[in-house]
Design a protein around this ligand. Structure first.
Ligand code: GLY
Length: 381
């Protein structure tokens, strides 16, 4: 079904193939992989210096490991280092990065390495997509969210004054190295936010994995190696399967990955896309809302919606929007949704549930009903 999996080994980790004709690649998931990057990525290195992008934090935490791994193969690293945060996904940083790559003579057959979270991956991938009409890149994601979601699937973008991720390209990486040891230094809050995207795969398409998350989620966020390895591997397998089926989000399959994102987007917009609510935290709340709204429409039982709420809650994530203390109405939240980039010919597709593990796209949702529902949810404690 579009995904292959090879054996687990000490140096390669679990290898999941993203099967895309002519653009397929491997995602390696394992502890300590970064130390073997010189071997694992050797077929993507043609020159004795490798261009790499990181932010100040990912460079400080993990840069030395990439340098040592490449030095073992007599290779050096040239770093382009950004400030941490969404500000790096801007026209100006993109311009600086592209100029820097051109000054270094990076060619179409070369690969740029992205060491960091989703921001670094999105920026690097977009620069790679436009440099000389498209060069290669290797993703080395260092956050849980990037390992289970943004590093796989080729969505790259920057933000503009009109909104987030509005300028970008589908440009697949050539290799993804997800070293779960890089999560050892990840702040707990970001670990929780990334976990929302893990449990999302269960809620949208795999009830068995959802039940596993209910039982073992705390071990994942506590970084217990076996549970973390299983959770990241299952997530990447799910994402790889969906991307192989619907690379450019045209058939509706990939849109299912937006579960929780439309409600979540409204909350992120209302909180100014700030640290008040991290993206994964907004997605977690959004999944609770999507489940409750599905129950309101009689697509699922209230018990199923309660299971989703409890699973989010027991992962230490917020599950009630009232707890955000927002001073706004349901109408205002619904209005934010109309700026969502998923708007399509005047309608907003919602990802709802027919059961746990059975998400679907509903294009017939009345925004007035969403506003009324959100007004009620703003009162729930
Ligand atoms: N993060 C959603 C997607 O890759 O389609």
């Amino acid at each position: 079904m579009g995904v292959t999996e090879a054996a687990t080994g000490p140096t390669t980790g679990t290898v999941i193939g993203v099967e895309l004709a002519g653009r397929g690649y491997d995602v390696h998931v394992g502890r300590g992989l970064l130390d073997d990057a010189g071997t694992l990525a050797s077929s993507f290195i043609r020159k004795n210096r490798v261009p790499a992008v990181a932010d100040r934090n990912s460079h400080a935490a993990h840069g030395h490991r990439l340098e040592a791994a490449l030095a073992a193969k007599d290779l050096g690293v040239d770093w382009f280092i950004t400030e941490p945060g969404e500000g790096a996904k801007s026209w100006s940083v993109l311009e600086n990065l592209v100029d820097w790559l051109l000054e270094r003579g990076v060619e179409r057959g070369d690969h740029i390495f992205a060491l960091g979270g989703g921001v670094v991956g999105d920026l690097t991938g977009f620069a790679a997509s436009v440099l000389k009409r498209g060069c290669g890149f290797v993703q080395i994601p260092t956050t849980l969210l990037a390992q289970v979601d943004s590093s796989v699937g080729g969505k790259t973008a920057i933000n503009t004054a009109s909104g987030k991720n509005l300028v970008g390209a589908f440009h697949q990486p050539s290799l993804v190295l997800a070293d779960t040891a890089t999560l050892d230094t990840l702040p707990d809050r970001e670990m929780g936010a990334g976990y929302a995207e893990v449990i999302k795969y269960g809620i949208l398409g795999n009830a068995k994995f959802f039940r596993w998350c209910e039982e073992h989620g705390a071990k994942v966020t506590a970084r217990e190696p076996e549970a973390l390895q299983y959770a990241v591997t299952q997530s990447v397998k799910a994402k790889a399967r969906i991307v192989a089926e619907d690379e450019r989000e045209t058939s509706g399959t990939r849109a299912l990955l937006n579960l929780g994102h439309t409600f979540g987007h409204a909350l992120e917009a209302e909180t100014g896309f700030s640290d008040t609510l991290l993206h994964g935290e907004a997605v977690a709340l959004g999944m609770v809302l999507a489940a409750r709204y599905s129950a309101r429409r009689d697509y699922i039982t209230i018990d199923d919606a309660t299971c989703v709420t409890s699973a989010i809650d027991s992962a230490g994530l917020r599950s009630e929007i009232a707890s955000l203390g927002l001073d706004c109405s349901g109408e205002k939240l619904a209005a934010h949704m109309l700026h969502d980039k998923k708007m399509d010919a005047g309608t907003l597709p919602f990802i709802l549930l027919r059961g746990i593990g059975e998400a679907f796209v509903d294009r017939q949702v009345e925004m007035a009903d969403i506003a009324a529902f959100l007004s009620e949810q703003l009162q729930v404690h």
